[in-house]
Design a protein around this ligand. Sequence first.
Ligand code: NAD
Length: 415
Amino acid sequence: MLDASQYYFNKAADVLNLGDRIREILITPRRVVKVEVVTEDDAGELIHYRGFRTQHNNSRGPYKGGLRYHPSMDEDHASALAALMTWKTAIVGVPFGGAKGGIDCDPHTLSKTELNRVTRTFVERVKEIIGPTLDIPAPDVNTNAEVMGWIMDEYSRDYGFSPGVVTGKPVDLFGSLGRDEATGRGVMYALREALKDQGKGFADVTVAIQGFGNVGSHAASLIAEQGGKIVAVADRLGAVENKEGLDVPALVDWAAEHGTVNGFSGGAPFNGPDVITWPADVLIPAALEDAITEENAPDVRASLIVEGANGPTTPKADEILLDRGVVTVPDILANAGGVTVSYFEWAQNIQQFRWELDRVNGELEKMMVRAYAAVREVANEKSVDLRTAAFVLGIRRVGRAALARQPVRETIIFD
Ligand code: NAD
C-alpha cells in the first residue's frame, strides 16, 4: 500500500520535474505515532491492540484524516493513507493537511462497551497530538458517527467542550447534516462529471459496486436515484446481482438488518470477488485497498472506474487499465466528498452554527465539480491520465503552500 502511494506520487513528481530532495521532503510523514491500547474486555480480562496515527503534511492546514479499525492496520497503512489525504485535501481545496490512523482490532469481535473502552484508551494515548487546530480525525472503515461521538466526549473531558476535534459525529452531537452520505454523494458527482466527459448520463450506464458500507451503500442509493442501474453489489460476506437493476432501497434495508447483502431475495447470489470483473459499464470499488490487481485487471469489463475506496488499484493494475483505455477517476478525487463535508462540519463547530442540508449538499456539489474540472484541466495540459493529473494538482498546491511559509533561497517551481 505504501509502495503504491509512493509510485503514484513519483509518477506525478516526474511530470513536475521535482528533484530527489523535494520528493523526499514531500513524501516523508512529519510524525508517526504508535501506541499500545490496553484495556479490559467485558469479562474483565486484559485485551490489547496497537493504535497508529500518521501525520503526513500540514502545510495547508491542520492534519485531517480517518480512523480505521481493522486487523490489517499498521504503520505502513497509516502512512500511505495519510499521504493520500494530503493530496486529497489539496485537490478539493479544503484548508487541511493529511493524516490517517486507527487500531489493529476487529470490531466485529468486540461488544459495544469493549469498543467504547478501546476507543477511549486510544484517545487517552493520542490526545496531545490531536485537537481542533492540530489534527482532526474522522470515520473510516469500521468506525462511524457513534465512535466519533465517544472520541469527542473523551477529548472534551481533558480539554473542555471541543466538538471540532473530530468530524463525522452524530447530528445530535454537533455533527453536520449530510456528512454520513457525503463520500457516497461525492462519488455520485464524480461519476456524473466523468460520464459528462464521455457524453453520457446516469441512464446510459450499469454499475457494479464492491463494498456496501458507508461509501458503497450511499453511492448506490444516490446513483440509483439519478437513474443509474446498479446490477451487482458485493460485501465481505456475500454478493448479489440483478441484470434488471437491484432495488437499492430494499437492499439497504436488508443490509441494515442483516449486516450484509448476502441472502437478499431481490437478486441472485454470486462469488463476491467476481464483482471486479462484472459485466457493467462502471465499476465502483468501495471496500478496501488492492482490490484491482494485475491478476484481475486484464478481465475488468467496465470502461469507467470510480474509486470510492482508498488505494483500490495496485500500480501494476493501473498500468494494465491505462493500456486498455479504461478511465479511472482516482480515489483522491472521487472519494473527497467525505473530507469536504467534514470541513463543513468543522467550520460549523467553530462558528457554533448549523447549516441546512440543502446548503451542505449544494456546497459539496460545487466543490466536487470544481475539483473534477481542475484535475481534468491538468490532465489536458500535461497529457496525462486523471490519477497522475490529480497527484500533480495535489503536489503543486501543497508544494506552493509549503514554499509560501518559508524564506527559501533556492528556486523550486511547482508548475
Ligand atoms: P465501511 O466499514 O462502512 O464499509 C466497508 C465495506 O466493505 C463493507 O460493506 C464490507 O463488508 C466491505 N468489504 C470489506 N472487505 C471486503 C472484501 N474483501 N470484498 C468485498 N467487500 C468487502 O467502510 P467505508 O467507510 O465505507 O470505507 C470504504 C472505503 O472507502 C475505504 O477504503 C475507506 O478508506 C474509503 N473512504 C471512506 C470514507 C468515509 O467517509 N467513510 C471517505 C473516503 C474514503
